[in-house]
Design a binder for this molecule. Structure first.
Ligand code: NAP
Length: 349
């Protein structure tokens, strides 16, 4: 298939943790992926997949819909994924710009773009927009935290934007072995595992999320206008997550120590000063502020039935992930391939 005949998807926020999985899955599924990134050189090294190109974007600054309209026209975009989201304002960024104002400009541009194409009888006239949100929006006190509050605001704005086809995806904690912000397999190996509280979470594997989004993009009319809770198949506490990972890896788990939130925050703030190599061994790969630590441990869940019905996915279990990984690399990649190849008819009930 040539570039001209492939559907062109703009993924904004193509780097980081989830972005590369999205780009990889879209590329494997036969799309041409335009990656909206801040650093072209770093992105081209990180995203070494076929049928991928890069454009420079900055959600801290690209607040004018015309900036986005030019990009949509130049690349004849058929679908848009806004995967950008920051949980805190590290690096001098404005959370309002990155999470709300720039996505709003992008969504307005998509609306103009579709309208112009309709008037000129050009294609595409229906462009699906996917907004990656969070289950944190479901909290009753969501407005007390800047990050879910900003996601709620942009989700609501998207719903209200006229003339746009959209799907909002609200994932829970996202994980994948060796990648991401917290490495479950590293944490599970520690002799002492500290945890805060018994809040329930429903971790979702990054590949389940990415494969599901590709399937929705293949048939967007199935979920148009939906808000889907992309949560994993099991409701678990953090303690249960690490016990499950240890069981899957056939390891004895260490001692669990429950600590109060304040101690957990102090401890995390201190260990974040350690060198990256040490942090990797501790299973922490990203900078967290006190709010992020509180939100992560507060717990959040969501009903994933509609997500599974619309994507026909076989959900990925934490145990199966690490059990297949413990057997061999080949077993693990066959397991993920089986997810790509399996379609389940989840009956509505
Ligand atoms: N990880 C989770 O457990 C989780 C759970 C629920 C929802 N989510 C949502 O899922 C999405 C992806 O999360 P993630 O964990 O992959 O986050 P991440 O690793 O922090 O990646 C964030 C992405 O946003 C980009 N970005 C940040 N500031 C930007 C700016 N000013 N302009 C353009 N791009 C910018 C980053 O690019 P750079 O590489 O240039 O920094 C990166 O591509 C986010 O919307 C997040 O809110 C994540």
């Amino acid at each position: 298939m040539s570039k001209e005949t492939r559907k062109k998807i703009l993924v904004v926020g193509a780097t980081g943790f989830v972005g590369p999985a999205l780009v990889d899955e879209f590329s494997q599924a036969g799309y041409h992926v335009i990656c909206g990134v801040r650093n072209l050189e770093a992105a081209s090294q990180q995203l070494d997949f076929p049928n991928v190109e890069f454009i420079k974007v900055d959600m801290n600054e690209d607040l004018n819909p015309n900036t986005w309209l030019d990009r949509l026209k130049e690349h004849e975009i058929d679908g848009v994924i806004n995967n950008v989201g920051i949980a805190n304002a590290f690096g001098g960024q404005s959370l309002e710009n990155v999470n709300v104002n720039a996505p709003l400009a992008l969504f307005e541009a998509v609306s103009f773009y579709c309208q112009e194409n309709k008037e000129a009888n050009r294609h595409p006239q229906n462009v699906s927009v996917f907004q990656i949100s969070t289950t944190g929006v479901n909290w009753d006190d969501c407005d007390a935290y800047k990050y879910p509050k900003s996601k709620k605001l942009i989700d609501e704005s998207l719903v209200e934007t006229q003339g746009i086809n959209f799907i909002i995806i609200r994932p829970n904690i996202i994980y994948e072995p060796r990648r991401g912000h917290l490495l479950f397999e590293q944490i599970a190996r520690l002799p002492v595992i500290t945890y805060i509280g018994d809040g329930n979470i429903q971790p979702i594997h990054c590949r389940e999320l990415a494969i599901g989004i590709v399937r929705l993009m293949n048939n967007p009319y199935k979920a148009d206008g939906s808000i889907l809770q992309a949560t994993g198949p099991e409701v678990m506490t953090w303690k249960k997550v690490f016990i499950t990972v240890c069981d899957a890896l056939d390891r004895e788990h260490g001692i669990f120590i429950r600590v109060p939130l304040l101690i957990g925050q102090l401890f995390t703030n201190l260990i974040q000063r350690l060198p990256e190599k040490v942090l990797f061994r501790l299973g922490i790969l990203s900078k967290m502020d006190n709010d992020t630590i509180e939100m992560m441990t507060k717990g959040s869940v969501g009903d994933n039935r509609e997500w599974l019905q619309k994507t026909s996915l076989k959900p990925i279990h934490v145990f199966d992930t690490y059990r297949s990984l413990a057997k061999s690399e080949e077993d693990y990649s066959n397991y993920i391939q089986s997810i790509r190849d399996t379609f389940i008819d989840h009956q509505e009930n």
